[in-house]
Design a protein around this ligand. Structure first.
Ligand code: FPP
Length: 226
């Protein structure tokens, strides 16, 4: 969800105003995703690298998350949203962890729209975590190194049991994946748009999905052959 800072700067507002406007974009996208029949949506809210930002901005982002999650939770429950966090929750402030646990518990039985929030998430860290879990299984004699295949790795990722993303949308005009779902996006279609995240809305999501529908996905094979 890139471009919040620039959106605020263009309006001579503090960066946190951009993040607040970004939350409104999250609301629009969730509503539209549900209407389009999208089943899984992953939002990159805070990366393992975002801790490098000024402490005041990190604190403001964490406060915003708790505030909005608490405020929006009843609506998320009614809309059938099933929340999941991708990332290391234990490094987050206690009040954030509490708000997240409440939200996870209250949405756990929903299945209309699966919303994953990547929070304190890093694709490399996820892969390192998976390697460590597999190494421990080998150490305990539960697994032979030669048995480790893609399914074993996938089972140890934060996204275990979720399908790989079909479409990766990056707003904000940058052409990079920034440590996002590195394993899972192997065959995702990439859609980059200059629209800053706080300006992102229904029409932008529809445009991204329409562009996706025109792509020829071969998954390494040849067109028209399976
Ligand atoms: C990147 O824009 C944005 C972030 C690091 C924060 C995104 C978080 C939210 C929109 C809040 C999410 C809340 C919920 C409830 C999921 P940037 O600050 O890097 O923008 P810039 O590149 O213009 O500086």
């Amino acid at each position: 969800m890139d471009g919040n800072g620039r959106w605020a700067q263009q309006r001579q507002l503090p960066r946190v105003a951009g993040h607040r406007a970004g939350v409104e974009a999250v609301r629009r996208v969730l509503e539209c995703a549900g209407a389009l029949g999208i089943k899984y949506l992953t939002l990159y809210a805070f990366s393992t690298e975002n801790w490098k930002r000024p402490q005041a901005e990190v604190d403001a982002l964490m406060r915003l998350l708790v505030e909005k999650l608490t405020e929006e939770l009843p609506d998320l429950v009614v809309r059938g949203v099933h929340l999941r966090i991708l990332g290391n929750m234990e490094d987050l402030p206690c009040d954030v962890q509490d708000a997240l646990r409440t939200a996870l518990a209250q949405t756990a039985h929903n299945s209309r729209l699966y919303v994953n929030i990547a929070l304190n998430y890093g694709g490399r860290r996820e892969l390192v975590d998976a390697c460590q879990k597999l190494a421990r299984q080998v150490q305990r004699g539960e697994l032979e190194p030669g048995q480790i295949d893609e399914e074993h790795v996938e089972r140890e990722l934060y996204t275990a049991s979720l399908p790989d993303p079909d479409l990766l949308i990056r707003p904000g005009g940058e052409y990079r994946v920034s440590n996002f779902l590195l394993w899972q996006i192997a065959y995702a279609e990439l859609y980059m748009t200059p629209t800053l995240w706080p300006d992102f809305g229904e029409q932008d999501l529809i445009a991204a999905v329409a562009a996706f529908q025109k792509r020829d996905r071969r998954f390494g094979g040849l067109k028209g052959r399976s």
